[in-house]
Design a protein around this ligand. Structure first.
Ligand code: NAI
Length: 247
């Protein structure tokens, strides 16, 4: 129960990797605020976790790209749960397409969610994180932010930007002993990757030394490690959890 009484915020927790991260913290005693765009998805994700870990999880439905909405929810979380100790920026979207055909709104949606969303949440939760002890910020980037990918210029730029943001705030907040790290998942089995055709999945697996997609728990375990006291001396790093794909 190493996160007993810790207050954890996880964005994009309505399903997939985010829900698994929320569950992992709940299983170790934390009180978790699950943020996601739709009331129904984060509500049912929190309900599901509460079945196993009663009273651990509360849902907050907002669009993290909306600066004011994030400020408001931060006040609500402070009032309802208390001062936040751990922030996990996991919400992310894709709008894939070759640059030649990419629409301005595809660019804006991806950058606004994946990059500005993290700016919004860090701004909103910065004060309690700086005041607390052993506070953590963990950003879920992507291997695509490290190596690029044809058809994902918007997504690659957003995740590379998130990595730069991670390193900058790691330096800014180090004086307050807040660590800030990024995780770069490779291909993980979720609804996001479920949309890929089978032949594409097989081609990807051919490039992964461990020869399979990862599971959501592979990411959740890495997040809880980085959030734990054992990781107190790690900051400004990008940890690829990708079956060796980008070694
Ligand atoms: P998903 O699509 O299954 O879930 C994303 C969650 O984020 C949903 O709950 C959705 O409601 C929420 N969300 C999206 N936009 C939002 C917004 N504007 N405001 C609030 N919530 C919002 O995604 P998945 O696969 O679980 O991925 C989670 C994170 O991991 C994303 O940042 C993704 O880019 C990253 N990632 C995923 C990989 C994969 O293979 N699945 C690989 C590398 C990175």
């Amino acid at each position: 129960m190493q996160f007993k009484d810790k207050i954890v915020v996880v964005t994009g927790a309505g399903r997939g990797i985010g829900q698994e991260i929320a569950r992992a913290f709940a299983s170790q005693g934390a009180k978790v605020a699950l943020i996601s765009r739709s009331e129904s998805s984060c509500g049912s994700a929190a309900e599901d976790i509460n079945k196993t870990f009663p009273g651990s999880s509360t849902a907050y439905a907002i669009d993290i790209a909306n600066h004011d909405a994030v400020q408001d929810v931060a006040k609500k979380i402070a009032a309802e749960l208390g001062a936040v100790n751990i922030l996990v920026n996991n919400a992310g979207v894709t709008r894939d397409g070759l640059l030649m055909r990419m629409k301005e709104e595809d660019w804006d949606t991806v950058l606004d969610t994946n990059l500005k969303g993290a700016f919004n949440t860090v701004k909103a939760f910065m004060r309690p994180l700086m005041k607390g002890e052993n506070s953590r910020i963990i950003n879920i980037a992507s291997v695509i932010g490290l190596i690029g990918n044809a058809g994902q210029a918007n997504y690659s730029a957003s995740k590379a930007g998130l990595i730069g943001f991670t390193k900058a705030i790691a330096r800014e907040l180090a004086g307050r002993a807040v660590t800030c790290n990024a995780i770069a998942p490779g291909f993980i089995t979720t609804d996001m990757t479920g949309e890929l055709p089978d032949n594409v999945k097989e081609a990807i697996i051919g490039k992964i030394p461990l020869a399979s997609f990862g599971n959501t728990s592979d990411i959740a375990e890495t997040v809880t490690f980085l959030a734990s006291p054992a990781a107190r001396y790690i900051t400004g790093q990008v940890l690829a959890v990708d079956g060796g794909m980008t070694m």
